[in-house]
Ligand binder design. Structure first.
Ligand code: B12
Length: 226
């Protein structure tokens, strides 16, 4: 079991290897994390995901440009390949499992965050219907009807593409008033989610599953009350 200090060092190693787009180092630090007993969930959220968020900040500050970001993403996925099976094995199965249709709305190709969210649902034992990125709005509705998923998760990373969210929500509600809708992505916040008529919001992939479980619990209570 790594000491607190060593854990910090390993998390920094993961963070920096994503930030500095060192794919081999990301693999090396992910393996080190597992060998030394760092919780793979913590390694993912506090190491790898934080490294990508820092890369996003570097982009905002014009220190990084598109090629760097894409290389950071490659390092992120290389680390995740090692950590995901370990998260699964560490028994993060949720007590309540459901199914979710997940996608990034039309006009938006930012899918790194959505892929982290997907992974968290998968390791929790949920069934994920991943529609990918730049998803035509009607596709969310079609997929929800086809799969009868209890939850639909919408992701948007741009202030322009997030405007598609209330449109999808209206379409989903028109077809199935019971479906629970969860929003996420950097420009979204609880106020926006409420204004758009969503049922829930999660700031990070780490809290998305808990939020979805809460939505399912409310749904079950409503059904019992009927
Ligand atoms: C990486 C990146 C890219 C990559 C995307 C690669 C990929 N496959 O995703 C590339 C280089 C391709 C790219 C392209 C563009 N980008 Co860009 N990009 C970013 C950047 C730097 C980081 C995003 C990221 O991956 N963050 C890391 C992840 C882990 O965080 P996250 O996505 O927020 O996800 C977390 C949470 O939000 C949450 N979450 C996410 N989704 C969901 C869904 C649900 C249901 C839930 C519950 C939670 C949840 O969980 C995640 C993990 O904790 C941001 C800036 C920033 N600082 O955010 C700009 C940014 C989003 N991009 C921007 C722009 C403008 C563009 C381009 C238009 C640039 C251009 N001129 O060509 C194009 C693309 C256009 C398009 N049509 O989509 C702008 C958007 C501005 C706006 N209008 O709001 C930003 C904000 C940069 C800026 N400051 O200008 N980009």
């Amino acid at each position: 079991m790594a000491t607190e200090e060593r854990t910090k060092e390993i998390l920094k190693g993961l963070h920096d290897s994503v930030y500095e787009f060192e794919e081999d180092d990301a693999v090396k630090w992910a393996k080190t994390a597992l060998e030394e007993g760092v919780d793979p969930f913590v390694a993912t959220m506090e190491g790898i995901a934080e490294g990508m968020i820092a890369a996003g900040e570097a982009y905002n500050e014009k220190k990084y440009f598109v090629p760097e970001l894409l290389m950071c993403a490659d390092a992120l996925y290389a680390g995740l390949d090692i950590l995901k099976p370990a998260i699964e094995a560490s028994g993060r199965q949720a007590e309540v499992k459901g199914s979710i249709v997940l996608g990034v709305v039309e006009g938006d190709v930012h899918d790194i965050g959505k892929n982290l969210v997907k992974m968290m649902f998968e390791v929790a034992g949920w069934t994920v219907y991943d529609l990918g990125k730049d998803v035509p709005l009607d596709k969310f509705v079609e997929e929800q009807i086809k799969t009868d998923a209890e939850v639909v998760g919408l992701s948007a990373l741009m202030t322009t593409s997030m405007l598609a969210m209330p449109v999808v929500i209206e379409k989903l509600r028109a077809k199935n008033p019971k479906v629970r809708i969860l929003l996420g992505g950097a420009p979204v916040n609880p106020e926006v989610a409420e204004k758009y008529g969503a049922d829930g919001y999660a700031k990070t992939a780490g809290t998305a599953v808990d939020e979805a479980i809460n939505l399912l619990k409310v749904l079950k209570e409503e059904e019992l009350g009927e």
